[in-house]
Every structure is written in C-alpha cells, then in structure tokens.
Design a protein around this ligand. Sequence first.
Ligand code: HEM
Ligand SMILES: *[C@@H]1O[C@H](CO)[C@@H](O)[C@H](O)[C@H]1NC(C)=O
Ligand SMILES: *[C@@H]1O[C@H](CO)[C@@H](O)[C@H](O)[C@H]1NC(C)=O
Ligand SMILES: *[C@@H]1O[C@H](CO)[C@@H](O)[C@H](O)[C@H]1NC(C)=O
Ligand SMILES: *[C@@H]1O[C@H](CO)[C@@H](O)[C@H](O)[C@H]1NC(C)=O
Ligand SMILES: *[C@@H]1O[C@H](CO)[C@@H](O)[C@H](O)[C@H]1NC(C)=O
Ligand SMILES: *[C@@H]1O[C@H](CO)[C@@H](O)[C@H](O)[C@H]1NC(C)=O
Ligand SMILES: *[C@@H]1O[C@H](CO)[C@@H](O)[C@H](O)[C@H]1NC(C)=O
Ligand SMILES: *[C@@H]1O[C@H](CO)[C@@H](O)[C@H](O)[C@H]1NC(C)=O
Length: 355
Amino acid sequence: MALGTSSLTSLLFLVTSSLFLRSPFHVTNAQSYPPLVEGLSWDFYESSCPNLESIIRNQLTKVFSGSIGVAAGLLRLHFHDCFVQGCDGSVLLVGSASAPSEQDAPPNLTLQQAAFQTINDLRGIIEGQCGRVVSCADITTLAARDAVYLSGGPDYDVPLGRKDGLSFATINETLANLPPPTFNTSALLNSFATKNLNATDLVALSGCHTIGIGHCPSFTNRLYPNQDPTLDKTFANKLYGVCPTSNSTNFTVLDIRSPNKFDNKYHVDLLNRQGLFTSDQDLYSDNRTRGLVTSFAVNQDLFFAKFIYAITKMGQLSVLTGDEGEIRANCSVTNSDKSFLSGLVENEEIGLSQF
Ligand code: HEM
Ligand SMILES: *[C@@H]1O[C@H](CO)[C@@H](O)[C@H](O)[C@H]1NC(C)=O
Ligand SMILES: *[C@@H]1O[C@H](CO)[C@@H](O)[C@H](O)[C@H]1NC(C)=O
Ligand SMILES: *[C@@H]1O[C@H](CO)[C@@H](O)[C@H](O)[C@H]1NC(C)=O
Ligand SMILES: *[C@@H]1O[C@H](CO)[C@@H](O)[C@H](O)[C@H]1NC(C)=O
Ligand SMILES: *[C@@H]1O[C@H](CO)[C@@H](O)[C@H](O)[C@H]1NC(C)=O
Ligand SMILES: *[C@@H]1O[C@H](CO)[C@@H](O)[C@H](O)[C@H]1NC(C)=O
Ligand SMILES: *[C@@H]1O[C@H](CO)[C@@H](O)[C@H](O)[C@H]1NC(C)=O
Ligand SMILES: *[C@@H]1O[C@H](CO)[C@@H](O)[C@H](O)[C@H]1NC(C)=O
C-alpha cells in the first residue's frame, strides 16, 4: 500500500513535469523546471556560447576522473553562494585583511581550494571559446549540476543568465545565513524558510551530503563530552577513532554507504542512525521530517525528483540579471578590484586605464 502511494506520487510528478516545454539547447535530457526569475532562461547563451554546457561537462569529466572529491567541493560552493547574498558568485571573491569576505568566515575552512581553482579554470576555457560572456555565477551553477550528474545523480536543465555580484557579504552575514551542522530540525526549518524553502526542500537538499566529507569539529559535538544517543553505537566508536579529540584535523565521509556516489544512501544512513552531523540525523529524529527521510530512503526516484525541484529553486535565490551585475574577468575578484592588477599584465582584453 505504501509502495503504491509513493509510485503514484512519482507518476503524477512525472506527468506534471513533462508538461513543461523543453528548449533544444542542452546537454541534458531530463526532468527540469522552468525559470522562476525574469531574465533567466534555459537558452540564455544559445547564440553567445552555444557549446557552453558541453565545454563544462567535458572539462569536469576530466577533472573528476582525477579527483572525484572536487565534485562535492563544487556542489557545496553552489550552496554557500546561493544562501549568502544570493547566487551571484560572491562566495568566489577573495577578501583581504581589511575587508574579509565570505571565504574568511569559519565555514570557509573547508571550502575546497580545488573547487575555486576549477571554477577559474572553467572560466578561462569558456572565455577562450566564447569571449567574456558567461558569468562566474552561472558557471558555478552548471558545475554543481554536473557534479551531481557525473557522480551518478540526476541530470536537469539549469535556468541561466545570472550576473556576478559587485560585492561580497561580511563574515557576520555569512554566519547568519549558513546553518551550522549543530542545528536541529527546528532551526534548519527556520533557516530554510527565510529562503522560501520548505521541509521537503530541506530533506531533499540535505541529500547533497550523499557525497563529500566532513572534518571532526563539524560533528564532535555528538561525541564529546557526551555521546549523542541518536548515534548508532558502532558508528560512534568508529568516529572516536577518527576524532580522538574534538578539534582533530581529521575528516571522514558524509555517507558511509556510497561516499562518492550521488544516490539516496544518505537517507538510508539516517534510518540507520549513521548520519554524520546533528543537522543530518535530527531530520530523522524529528517527526516533521522523518516521513520525508523515509520516503526518499525507499524511493530514489522520488528523492531525485524533489531534489531537482529544490536545487533549481535554490539556484535562483536573489540572482542578479541584466544590468544588475557584471561578467567577471576573474572569478576571484570584481572587475573594479585593484588587487586584480597583478593578474592583468598578460590580459590584453582589459586596458589598465579602467582602474
Ligand atoms: C541543511 C543544512 C546544511 C548544513 C548544516 C551543512 C553543513 C555542512 C558541513 C558542516 C559540511 C562539512 C564541512 C567540513 O567539516 O569539512 C558540509 C559539507 C558538504 N555540504 Fe553541507 N550543509 C547543509 C546543506 C547542504 C546543501 C543544501 C548542499 C548542496 C546543495 C550541501 C553540500 C555539501 C557537500 C557536497 C559537502 C561536502 C564538501 C566536500 O567534500 O568538500 N550542504 N556541509
Ligand atoms: C577561514 O576563516 C578563518 C576565520 O575567519 C580564517 O582565519 C582562515 O584564514 C580562513 N581560511 C581560508 C582557507 O580562507
Ligand atoms: C558581528 O557580530 C558580532 C557578534 O554578534 C558582533 O559583536 C560584531 O560587532 C559584528 N561585527 C560587525 C562588523 O557587524
Ligand atoms: C532546537 O534548537 C533550539 C535552539 O538551539 C532550541 O531552543 C530548541 O529547543 C530545539 N528544539 C528541539 C525540538 O529540540
Ligand atoms: C513544499 O512545497 C511544495 C511546493 O512548492 C509542496 O509540493 C510540498 O508539499 C511542500 N512540502 C511541505 C512539507 O509542505
Ligand atoms: C585541541 O584541543 C586540545 C585539548 O583541548 C589542546 O590541547 C590542543 O592544543 C588543541 N589543538 C588545536 C590545534 O587547537
Ligand atoms: C587521525 O585519525 C587516526 C585514525 O584514523 C588517528 O590515529 C589519529 O590520531 C588522528 N589524528 C588526529 C590529529 O586526530
Ligand atoms: C511529534 O513530536 C512532538 C514532540 O516531539 C509531539 O508533541 C507531537 O505529538 C508529535 N506529532 C506527531 C504527529 O506524532
Ligand atoms: C585572479 O585573481 C586572483 C586574486 O587577486 C589572483 O591571485 C589570480 O592570479 C588571478 N587570476 C588570473 C588568471 O589572473
């Protein structure tokens, strides 16, 4: 009976989503949701950079074949970009001692430098083929999509046309917008509600933790001074081995069943009390989200469908379009930032006079 109900839900979902018209300009052939924001469209770069999506997919296929961990780094970058000041590429900006950026807030510690490098490399390759027409914010969004797909997850079309922001958020704004791993479900629901994301979105998006790693300080609140009773005992003992002290610099995988594969095993972990963070495991402890966790754990297609919906929505949080932003010449700095001067010497396209 339960199975029948969830199959029916998936069927209705597929029927509904297939009603949307598809643009011919895509590498994907998947379930997708049309743009929610005026100024964004699937075919934004159709004439200015027709091979954009295949350039990114080909390059990331190469990058991931060498180091699959970068996929998780790219996916997380997209989350941090969108939750702090919108999906405007601001997370990519490097700060300075006098003006610390989003990258300098504590959650940064663990943003992968390789992911930042991958975005900058992609930008260079794309500029080489199309000129400077694609924003770093769009590159980050497409890279996150490909991180999901190339890790075994669903494919989906991404509304495009974001512009890059002209400023970054302060450390305080960053901390206020990014939920820490010690949050319980109540706090997570509140945090996500401020982004107009609900319980279904929260449980689906938390499924990003089906790939990647976490460092000890992110989860030792569950080991010291007392062991979290919602933590499986055998799993807890393994974690004490990884983190002999709460501030150990060691790390471990977020999904013990299939750490590099984008699937519904994260939700299966939660059913078995093997979620790594408080923010993960509490989704199963709390009766407002437990049913959602279970439904995704038993039905991967349902998880994928809800995930695509939620990440497409997240990917359009407070985006800049049209004249609201710029196309950066270097994803790490705004075009007016003088600190970029050092990187300009060999770039013929930009005259120094503009600085
Ligand atoms: C629900 C609230 C969330 C919290 C509290 C949270 C927290 C965290 C923390 C603490 C880490 C590990 C940092 C470290 O110790 O190395 C992490 C890793 C990660 N997060 Fe989240 N996260 C959340 C939502 C998301 C979402 C929505 C996404 C994707 C859109 C995401 C994607 C990732 C990925 C892929 C990693 C692994 C990164 C890597 O391996 O380098 N997270 N998250
Ligand atoms: C992250 O933030 C901390 C604290 O603000 C800072 O000391 C550190 O240098 C930053 N790390 C990176 C990799 O940017
Ligand atoms: C950041 O927040 C802390 C604590 O909430 C506060 O003491 C500090 O003044 C804030 N800094 C800025 C620049 O707003
Ligand atoms: C969740 O955390 C908040 C803030 O830490 C706390 O006030 C609240 O009681 C917690 N809720 C539950 C259901 O544990
Ligand atoms: C979240 O919103 C979607 C529509 O945007 C809806 O289908 C879903 O039922 C909502 N989830 C919850 C738990 O209210
Ligand atoms: C970690 O914590 C231990 C004990 O609290 C302390 O002795 C040690 O200096 C800390 N190490 C770091 C790197 O902070
Ligand atoms: C890292 O983990 C290993 C076991 O996996 C442990 O022997 C070692 O002490 C840990 N190192 C630190 C700095 O916590
Ligand atoms: C959910 O749990 C809360 C306490 O944690 C309880 O008061 C409430 O009755 C439960 N609701 C359902 C529908 O089980
Ligand atoms: C981009 O800017 C960063 C930060 O100023 C700089 O370190 C880097 O060399 C620049 N990259 C290029 C390709 O100029």
